[in-house]
Design a protein around this ligand. Structure first.
Ligand code: SAM
Length: 292
């Protein structure tokens, strides 16, 4: 795959990076792949540029190039992706964490911090890789929150559990539970949750606007939610009043055309202070509401 591939451990990383960039037509992606293959990041990788790569590393790099050229998303090929402060392990068992979800997490963090309580209970429903919930556990003051990660997919929870190790000291406050939305939670959390956050599936089945890359590679369980894309949002909104404490907040990522419908659902469920916020492109992206 790379032109310089004698397989005898004599090719330096500088040459492998250049050849990978040529193969991919992208120098940045090439560097990330070389970093993963070499096991060295950033300045450490630059310090290795004139060192020969071991055969196994070249083979790993070649396999990554082949997967990328076959159309697999870069994040799955690399097997990791940055989300806020975390370097998450990512593979085809989970949705690739998106930049807009970093704002959802920011909104949930702001809601949690504004509560100024010494001990918070936070639930990330449909956690996937653990991106939102683990970020909250890592970014809130140590010991200030218990964070529950849920998913219906055992595969996703395996990935989230692997990522739990990446937050070191904050991991003690995190629990991972399997089940459909609120059914995953123990009864004692009913009525005492401070923040419910979720990026549920919200694409309508058959939506012609979904990119082929997304439907071909990402888990459909993470993407689609019935004929109008609101099936899972309805379930979460309906349960939120019951599971939140008074003053607790629910924060949802929503589709760009789901603001009005989600606002109506939140109000009809008896939630207060309902707000729909837009992303950087001006499209509906976040719904937030509170139990009065
Ligand atoms: C859009 S992905 C979000 C993943 C992650 N929270 C993120 O933001 O990257 C939706 C997640 O919801 C999970 N899910 C789908 N149906 C579910 C259900 N009935 N109960 C719990 N989780 C569900 C999927 O397995 C998937 O991990």
């Amino acid at each position: 795959m790379t032109e310089s591939k004698p397989g005898d451990g004599t090719v330096a990383w500088r040459r492998l990076w250049a050849d990978t960039a040529t193969a991919l037509g992208d120098r940045t992606q090439a560097r990330w792949m070389c970093e993963v293959a070499s096991g060295c990041d950033g300045a450490e990788f630059l310090a290795e540029l004139d060192q020969p790569a071991a055969n196994a590393m070249v083979a790993h790099l070649d396999a990554m190039i082949a997967r990328r050229l076959a159309g697999e998303p870069l994040q799955y090929v690399l097997g990791r992706w940055q989300f806020r402060t975390l370097d998450l392990m990512i593979d085809r068992r989970v949705l690739i964490p998106r930049p807009e979800t970093e704002w959802v997490c920011e909104t949930a963090l702001a809601a949690a911090r504004a509560m100024a309580r010494s001990s918070l209970t936070i639930v990330d429903l449909g956690t996937g890789s653990g991106a939102i919930g683990l970020s909250m556990a890592a970014e809130l003051a140590p010991g200030s929150a218990s964070v529950w990660l849920t998913d219906i997919s055992a595969d996703a929870l395996d990935v989230a559990s692997a990522n739990l190790a990446g937050i070191a000291g904050s991991a003690a406050s995190v629990r991972v539970v399997k089940g459909s939305w609120f059914e995953a939670l123990p009864e004692e959390l009913r009525g005492i949750i401070d923040v419910i956050v979720a990026n549920p599936p919200y694409i309508a089945v058959g939506d012609p606007d979904v990119e082929a890359d997304v439907t071909s590679w990402e888990p459909h369980l993470a993407l689609f939610a019935g004929g109008d894309g609101l099936g899972d949002i309805r379930v979460i909104v309906a349960g939120a009043v019951d599971w939140l404490r008074r003053g607790g907040a629910v924060v949802l990522e929503i589709g760009s055309d789901q603001g009005d419908a989600t606002r109506s659902l939140l109000r009809a469920a008896g939630l207060a202070e309902v707000e729909i916020r837009q992303d950087l492109t001006g499209r509906d992206r976040i719904a937030i509401a509170r139990r009065a």
